[in-house]
Design a protein around this ligand. Structure first.
Ligand code: SAH
Length: 213
């Protein structure tokens, strides 16, 4: 588990690449600059860790492209201390970026293998989410709601209602919506039943799957 000067240098280049692609939030860029992404990938992919690309992880899933992670994080507009829910823990990379920003993080993963792996791995790097949950993200996390922000890191065929109702007033839901291709969508809760909706560009995610049980 090494993070060398070489890795740090490659990471700084990556930060410059995503900045050139339009990410402006300095705190988000700094967080990407601090998380050792190569440690979240199987060793065979080490050389690729600091390219701006998605890569396969265990259980047929992917670690999201750094630009996508930065884009979603920027839309979420977090402050230190915010209570944030992530759907799709996966490798834990997005979770680590959020921990770097000082949020109280809850994250749900439906693949047992990934849940177990990431649950052990994040604390080894010093990242301590409030709670990682093995379960179905479609339901959100009622018992810990309301949240300042909810981020979905898999492609959702529709917007699960609990994710909207578990937001605080003023809270933000960042969710890629669509089947084969997803439109990055931001909902801001303006009132009990009032939501503002903003749409951004197209992205490709692995699907948000419904519970098998
Ligand atoms: N945030 C992750 C991205 C992983 S890819 C990272 O930074 O690496 C998306 C993840 O969503 C996969 O791990 C997949 O198993 C998970 N997922 C898919 N459907 C889900 C659901 N209904 N509830 C929770 N997680 C889900």
């Amino acid at each position: 588990m090494k993070d060398t000067f070489k890795h740090k240098g490659l990471r700084q280049k990556l930060v410059n690449v995503i900045k050139a692609k339009g990410i402006q939030d300095e705190k988000v860029l700094e967080a990407i600059g601090r998380v050792p992404r190569h440690l979240f990938m199987d060793s065979g992919f080490l050389d690729h860790a600091y390219q701006d690309k998605a890569f396969p992880i265990a259980a047929d899933q992917t670690i999201s492209q750094p630009y996508t992670v930065a884009f979603q994080t920027e839309l979420l507009k977090v402050k230190a201390g915010d209570k944030i829910l992530e759907i799709g823990t996966g490798s834990g990379y997005q979770a680590a970026v959020l921990c770097e920003l000082g949020v109280k993080l809850y994250s749900i993963e439906r693949q047992l293998e990934l849940f177990k792996k990431t649950n052990k791995f994040l604390p080894k790097l010093g990242y301590r989410p409030k709670k990682l949950i093995f379960g179905d993200g479609y339901k959100g996390l009622e018992e810990e709601s309301p949240f300042d922000g909810i981020i979905v890191t898999a492609g959702a065929p529709f917007v699960p209602k609990p994710l909207l109702t578990q937001l605080k007033i003023g809270g933000r839901l960042v969710i890629p919506v669509g089947d084969d291709v997803q439109v990055m969508t931001l909902f801001i809760r303006k009132g009990d039943k009032e939501f503002e909706k903003h749409e951004f560009g197209e992205f490709r995610f692995v699907p948000l799957l419904e519970d098998k049980s």
